[in-house]
Design a protein around this ligand. Structure first.
Ligand code: PLP
Length: 483
């Protein structure tokens, strides 16, 4: 049980004390720079870029994006950022778009726009490949839209256009393709999926959240990149996150639309209450302009040549990683990544991937566990960025050592006892204290997630979701201390 940390001091404290306190709190966080955290973080490795972003962020810290008539700087900046992204991704300066807080918000708005463009459909559905990002499932639940997840090719991990087409019904309001999928880094056959959707009179959204600001530079560096952007006939909207391979601070994504009526359907207005008339392009109403200004500054300071160089470096790192993994017995790359995102799997029952993740983490590299689902095997995820080239040999050494350590221990038994124990509880009733008491039995501890991942992987998807929300609740309770 933790002691409560005082939130609000009785008397104001000297500001100089605070940075040290923050530093102490972040001491157990994964590193955000240097490429050793191969998910969540995108480091350009350029202090000048970081500084420009920080300055721009601070300069716009107090501006409220709630009202673009009160703060016209918002419109000016947003036009520039959206225009820059659209121009690279098959549109132009006049392509309608929205600057949002991230991929999930862009996807929520794309789904809302598609749903609201077809008000006559009472039970709307979206057709997504089974590898589509969880944000589509979130959109489905938030917006009451049914998500039809279509199995992908189990060898390539790419969506199968004929299967996507077969899943469309008279209730379908949107068809989705990823460029690339986060889990396996492969680009779906966008051309075929979008053409088929157009033939049915359906819109097609390309989720290029992770790849939109990466694939063009990889293509320039010589990689074979399938077509995926707004220049593809039938693609009606596309999301591209600048807080990923745009290397901008978090809170930056762009949602592009082929036409204005669809963007209009993403908007929200309410002048039916006694306060100020609300009209929003995003889910958020009041919002800081910092992320927008910082994204703009990052684009300006890096420029096309900066992104080209970062793309080249990430591609080189990825090729070296894939070649290196090929020499490690027991590990394999799933599919053939089109981008610099790689999923590592295994066919060796003695090599427990969840233990491998913890072992690699103990050696200074964070790899992200990905559960088995829809007939697709479990894996460990790596996103390689512009700084990964420098560390790829160290990463391969860490992987080699970790594989040897985990392999030597042999197969890990499935968590049968824990599953039986959980079976006695109604998960919907499981309170924070009980779950916190159970977690040590699952092996949960600082930087030890193997037991929790193994347990989640062994559960059916609905129960995983329930357990995961209870876990989050326990994490914010006084009963669990991570550090
Ligand atoms: C393909 C894809 N779509 C959507 C998202 C969600 O983005 P965010 O975490 O910014 O909400 C991600 C995040 O990794 C992604 O890779």
């Amino acid at each position: 049980m933790t002691t409560a940390h005082p939130g609000l001091p009785q008397f104001g404290r000297p500001a100089e004390e605070l940075p040290d306190e923050l530093r102490a709190m972040t001491a157990h966080d994964l590193p955000t720079r240097g490429g050793r955290t191969t998910a969540y973080t995108y480091d350009a490795g350029r202090p000048d870029v970081r500084e420009a972003a920080e300055r721009a962020y601070l300069a716009m810290l107090d501006v409220n994006g709630l009202d673009p008539t009160a703060f016209p700087s918002i419109v000016a900046l947003e036009r520039r950022v959206v225009g820059a992204v659209a121009t690279r991704l098959g549109g132009d300066d006049g392509t309608p778009g929205i600057f949002t807080s991230g991929g999930t918000e862009s996807i929520l708005l794309a789904v809302k726009a598609a749903r609201d463009c077809r008000p006559g459909i009472a039970e709307p559905e979206i057709v997504v490949p089974a590898t589509a990002h969880a944000a589509f499932f979130k959109a489905g639940r938030y917006l009451k839209v049914k998500v039809v997840a279509v199995p992908v090719d189990p060898g390539t991990f790419r969506a199968v256009p004929a299967a996507m087409a077969a899943a469309c019904t008279s209730n379908t309001v949107l068809v989705v393709a990823s460029a690339p999928s986060y889990a396996h880094g492969v680009v779906d056959p966008v051309t075929e999926i979008a053409a088929d959707a157009a033939g049915r009179g359906l819109p097609c959204h390309v989720d290029a959240c992770v790849g939109g600001w990466l694939l063009p530079w990889l293509a320039e560096a010589g990689a074979a990149v399938p077509e995926f952007d707004l220049s593809v006939p039938g693609v009606t909207s596309l999301s591209c996150d600048l807080h990923k391979f745009g290397y901008a601070p978090k809170g930056a994504s762009v949602l592009l639309f082929r036409d204005r009526p669809m963007r209009l359907a993403a908007y929200f207005a309410c002048a039916q209450w006694p306060g100020y008339p609300v009209v929003n392009s995003t889910v958020q109403s009041s919002k800081g302009a910092g992320p927008l200004a910082a994204a703009w500054a990052t684009l300006q300071v890096l420029g096309a040549d900066g992104y080209r160089e970062l793309g080249r470096a990430a591609l080189t790192a990825t090729r070296r990683l894939i070649a290196g993994v090929d020499t490690i017995d027991g590990l394999r790359v799933l599919g053939s990544p089109d981008a610099t995102l790689v999923a590592l799997g295994t066919d060796d029952a003695a090599l427990d991937l969840w233990e491998l993740a913890d072992e690699t983490r103990a050696r200074g590299f964070f790899l992200q566990p990905q559960l088995s689902v829809a007939g697709l095997p479990a894996s460990l995820h790596l996103t390689l960025t512009g700084v990964s080239e420098l560390g790829v040999d160290g990463l391969l050494d860490a992987l080699r050592e970790a594989v040897a350590a985990v392999g030597a221990r042999g197969p890990v038994a499935p968590p049968t006892e824990l599953l039986a124990l959980l079976d006695q509880f109604d998960l919907t009733d499981l309170d924070d204290a009980t779950l916190a008491a159970l977690l040590p039995a699952a092996g949960f501890g600082p930087a030890r997630m193997a037991g929790v991942n193994r347990l989640l992987d062994a559960l059916p998807p609905e129960l995983r979701d329930q357990l995961a929300t209870r876990f989050l609740s326990a994490l914010y309770s006084p009963y669990l201390e991570q550090n």
